[in-house]
Design a protein around this ligand. Structure first.
Ligand code: NAP
Length: 282
């Protein structure tokens, strides 16, 4: 019988270390790591995410500037806000909540964020650095997958890792990070043939497809580690891509949904703020 990974417990562990790091930065430099979180309009999901960012940031002693803007803001005004935040040495990380309203050219606005403050890895420069293995921030959801594996001492080197889903925000960056960790990676998608044959050889299986309970026991290898990124709504409940109860009989570790990958993302976003601040405070 496998173990369900407790994402909240892992997040708490990381928060303790992060709080300690923030205290050291404050003591040594007299300055405080600080993030600006930009929200345009009233999207319910974005408001919820911004509030939870603020709550966690405050609990860690990280400064948090809420930049809440009217839905009708014009392109030039939003661009100027980003440029001013880039030039503000007291702001170390910039988080732009997406989606932006229709009148805004999202790609142009995003590309203006200084890559050194781009804690969510949105700009083309950050993405280029990330894939070339240069110094860059790791986007939060992929970072959460890799952090869970690291915190649980799961060895990557030489392992067969299978990622299902090839999106730019999850599947591809997860595959890149697993490759960097010296796993042998197979990236699957909706046109993959014989998916079950591939997944049943995976020592590590990461699933990010948005199909509730798609992965059942017959897809997984005995003793494997399964990370479920999926979050779909099924009968009013947030449900992952993995049928957790079914795979538990075979795997060694599996992340639940909710309470798995998603439980770490805000903390990891803030860990990127702390990293970013080191360039500015010392
Ligand atoms: P996406 O852009 O819709 O991509 C889905 C991927 O899954 C595509 O590559 C697609 O293949 C593949 N796929 C779909 N059906 C498949 C099937 N039957 N067999 C194999 N592959 C299949 O999704 P995403 O943005 O990566 O998100 C994936 C899931 O993760 C969603 O449930 C999302 O809500 C969740 N998510 C969670 C977090 C978090 O913090 N927990 C963050 C981001 C996303 P093709 O490329 O061939 O179409």
């Amino acid at each position: 019988m496998g173990i369900k990974i407790d994402g909240k417990e892992l997040a708490n562990r990381i928060k303790l270390r992060l709080k300690n790091e923030v205290d050291i930065i404050k003591n040594n430099s007299g300055k405080c790591p600080k993030v600006a979180s930009i929200l345009v309009g009233n999207d319910g999901g974005s408001i919820f995410y911004q509030n939870s960012q603020q709550k966690v940031a405050t609990s860690l002693g990280i400064g948090f500037d809420k930049v809440n803007l009217d839905e009708t803001i014009e392109q030039k005004d939003l661009e100027n806000i980003i440029i001013n935040l880039n030039n503000d040495n007291n702001i170390h990380g910039i988080m732009l909540l997406l989606p932006l309203p229709k009148q805004i050219d999202s790609k142009k606005v995003t590309s203006l964020i200084n890559p050194d403050k781009d804690i969510d890895c949105l700009t083309d420069i950050s993405v280029g650095r990330f894939y070339k293995g240069e110094e860059s921030f790791i986007p939060c959801t992929p970072k959460s997958v890799l952090t869970i594996l690291k915190e649980l001492n799961v060895t990557l080197e030489g392992k067969n890792a299978v990622v299902i889903g090839r999106s730019d925000i999850v599947g591809k960056p997860v595959a890149n990070l697993l490759t960097k960790g010296n796993a042998t990676v197979t990236l699957c998608h909706s046109r993959t043939q014989n998916l079950k044959t591939i997944t049943s050889k995976a020592d590590i299986l990461v699933v990010a497809i948005g199909k509730p309970n798609f992965i059942t026991a017959d897809f997984v290898k005995e003793g494997s580690v399964v990370i479920d990124v999926g979050t779909s709504s099924l009968n009013g409940k947030i449900t992952g891509d993995v049928d957790t109860e079914s795979v538990l009989e075979k795997v060694s570790l599996v992340t639940p949904v909710p309470g798995g990958v998603g439980a770490l993302t805000t903390t990891l976003l803030l860990s990127n703020v702390v990293e970013a601040s080191k360039k500015y405070v010392y």
